[in-house]
Ligand binder design. Structure first.
Ligand SMILES: C[S@@+](CC[C@H](N)C(=O)[O-])C[C@H]1O[C@@H](n2cnc3c(N)ncnc32)[C@H](O)[C@@H]1O
Length: 255
């Protein structure tokens, strides 16, 4: 394909993919392709661009999961990427369960192999909208920086609800748009100007790190995400803001 056509195609796909309302196949195909392409550099860029704050956020998300209710249970981490959340959960003192790390971009899962014992973490190539798990079969679920990428948010919430046992918790860690005008100005400068440039150079991918700020801007605000979790059947839905409101952890329980 000539370069100009490829650029046109990726620009169009980028615009469609960043739109939360777009549940067409365009988003699915684009998202799977960019993560497959950036997989070898994903961890490096993640920690570099977030100044390592992402690690503390993931630990906080796991603390919210209340896995101690069922330390030997089966857990699922959706959009598991390079398995950071699954590996962190598997390392918790007293945890002796099993974690299914589900992602539809196989290169991301491959890049994470070796972070955790295979007896505790099982990577599975699967779409978050069609989890290969029985209804009422898992003791808890997590998703970090992934739900924003799924083509149909409400369908994904319903799918997680389906696989959870009654009483089990679902924890979402996701970027949010800060409320404070000053923080928002700095955040925009960083997210829209600096991050896409550094991301493009280090990952070698022209649009992946422009997709990130666009997709965050189009993702529902905290109250709206909480309302959609309730509509999907979750009870006791709450959220906590992290680091000046640039990320949030939502949690809910299957009734
Ligand atoms: C930003 S990465 C997050 C990875 C990891 N959770 C973390 O904390 O670093 C988003 C991941 O979601 C995956 N993803 C996006 N949509 C998906 C879907 N519908 N089903 C499964 N995986 C999906 C991508 O392949 C990618 O690995």
């Amino acid at each position: 394909m000539p370069v100009s056509e490829w650029e046109e195609e990726t620009e169009a796909a980028l615009a469609a993919a960043a739109n939360e309302g777009d549940n067409s196949d365009t988003k699915r195909v684009y998202v799977r392709r960019i993560f497959s392409q950036i997989a070898p550099r994903y961890d490096l860029l993640n920690h570099l661009l977030s100044f390592n704050i992402d690690k503390a956020w993931r630990r906080r998300a796991i603390a919210t999961l209340e896995w101690q209710r069922a330390p030997a249970g089966t857990y699922v981490d959706l959009c598991a990427g390079t398995l950071d959340v699954a590996a962190e959960l598997s390392r918790q003192p007293g945890f002796r369960g099993h974690i299914v790390g589900a992602d539809f971009a196989e290169p991301m899962l491959r890049a994470g192999l070796g972070k955790a014992s295979r007896s505790l973490v099982g990577p599975v190539v699967a779409d978050a909208l069609e989890l290969p798990l029985r209804a009422d079969s898992v003791s808890g679920a997590t998703v970090a920086f992934g739900i924003r990428n799924v083509a149909d948010l409400d369908a994904a919430l319903r799918e997680v609800h389906r696989v959870l046992e009654p009483g089990a918790r679902f924890v979402i860690l996701e970027f949010t748009t800060p409320r404070s005008a000053i923080v928002r100005a700095l955040y925009h400068l960083y997210f829209h100007q600096i991050l896409p440039r550094v991301g493009a150079v280090v990952s070698g991918h022209a649009t992946a790190y422009r997709y990130l700020p666009k997709s965050v801007a189009n993702f529902p605000a905290e109250e709206q995400l909480a309302a959609r979790m309730r509509s999907a059947g979750f009870a006791d839905v709450r959220w906590q803001s992290l680091t000046f409101g640039i990320a949030a952890i939502h949690s809910g329980t299957k009734r």
